[in-house]
Design a protein around this ligand. Structure first.
Ligand SMILES: Nc1ncnc2c1ncn2[C@@H]1O[C@H](COP(=O)(O)OP(=O)(O)O)[C@@H](O)[C@H]1O
Ligand SMILES: NC(=O)OP(=O)(O)O
Length: 310
């Protein structure tokens, strides 16, 4: 039985609860299919658009005296609950439809980061919606947020994205996996916390969920890491007339393409780096990048980019 970590992209989950539920329902069928085919599956997910939307809404309510202020890590925890709820519901419905008996559990996951991580000085993780340059400049002036251009798709607020160091709930996650439960963990990259002599403390940042998923996959000694996003393949010359879909990628090829800046920072680059960290030195492991609705085709070898050590 192969142990597979499947990471769902925040941007690939849509912009509204209705859209998300629809997308998650479709993916649930493929995920349960993966389990029915004899794999042990662990699910993680992103939260960039969702945590940005929650934070914007909470800030708006607080600024208008309607609620207390909700700090950013609390918004991250809310995004884990919101997305975990849709995933649990859709997965349970699909299990029920197939007469399969399995419990599903979302683990609110904290992930420790280094308080001295240089990422705190250089916000890079896009959250929330996309804006034009003019809109972004106006919000930046009014609120003091930092905005950056995101992979040719518009401007987005960016927050620090420190590296994940330690999954605090790893023991609970492993216990549930060993008990053959379907676990959703590390949502939104995990709520970033620092470990101090006073205990754990949330910090305002968003950990890249691809990096956290690779850490989780390594910690549970998974055989496969599958990253589901909005594109069916990793491309070279992405978005240009001569773009080319990659069916396979090894470590040396990926490093060469990274030197050529083929993968956009803040979107495809962290996915590639996460896959490399998972497969490098482990010829028995495999990573796969494809689209949220392409999982069935990817497992049949029709689409997707497979990444191996060599
Ligand atoms: N070389 C590339 N190949 C494919 N997609 C790329 C590439 N470079 C940048 N991208 C962009 O990266 C996006 C995936 O990153 P992102 O939106 O951050 O993912 P998610 O939120 O699903 O984790 C794709 O939808 C695409 O727009
Ligand atoms: N936390 C995170 O990496 O989210 P996205 O997948 O939305 O970028």
């Amino acid at each position: 039985m192969a142990k597979v970590v499947v990471a769902l992209g925040g941007n690939a989950l849509g912009k509204s609860p209705e859209e998300q539920l629809k997308l998650v329902k479709n993916t649930a069928s493929s995920l349960i299919g993966l389990i029915a085919a004899g794999n042990q599956v662990v699910i993680s997910h992103g939260n960039g658009p969702q945590v940005g939307a929650i934070n914007l809404g909470m800030n708006f309510a607080a600024e208008n005296g309607k609620t207390a202020a909700f700090p950013f890590p609390e918004c991250g925890a809310m995004s884990q609950g919101y997305i975990g709820y849709h995933l649990q519901q859709s997965l349970e419905n699909e299990l029920h439809r197939r007469w399969m008996n399995k419990s599903v559990a979302t683990i609110v996951t904290q992930i420790a980061v280094d308080p001295n991580d240089p990422a705190f000085e250089n916000p890079s993780k896009p959250v929330g919606d996309f804006y034009t340059k003019e809109q972004a400049d106006e919000i930046a002036k009014e609120k003091g947020y930092t905005f950056k251009e995101d992979a040719g798709r518009g401007y987005r607020q960016v927050v620090p994205s420190p590296l994940p160091m330690k999954i605090m709930e790893l023991d609970s996650i492993k216990t549930l996996i060993d008990a053959d439960k379907l676990v959703i963990a590390g949502g939104g990259g995990g709520v970033p916390v620092i470990i101090s002599d006073k205990g754990l403390k949330g910090v305002p940042a968003v950990i890249d969920k691809d990096r956290s998923s690779a850490l989780l996959a390594d910690n549970i000694d998974a055989d496969k890491l599958i990253i589901l996003t909005a594109v069916d393949h990793v491309y070279i010359n992405y978005g240009k007339p001569d773009e080319k879909a990659l069916k396979t990628l090894n470590v040396a090829e990926a490093q060469q393409y990274m030197k050529e800046d083929q993968f956009a920072a803040g979107s495809m680059l962290p996915k590639i780096e996460a896959c490399l960290s998972f497969v490098e030195g482990h010829p028995e492991r495999e990573a796969l990048i494809t689209s949220l609705d392409g999982l069935d085709d990817a497992l049949a070898g029709k689409v997707g980019t497979v990444i191996r050590d060599n």
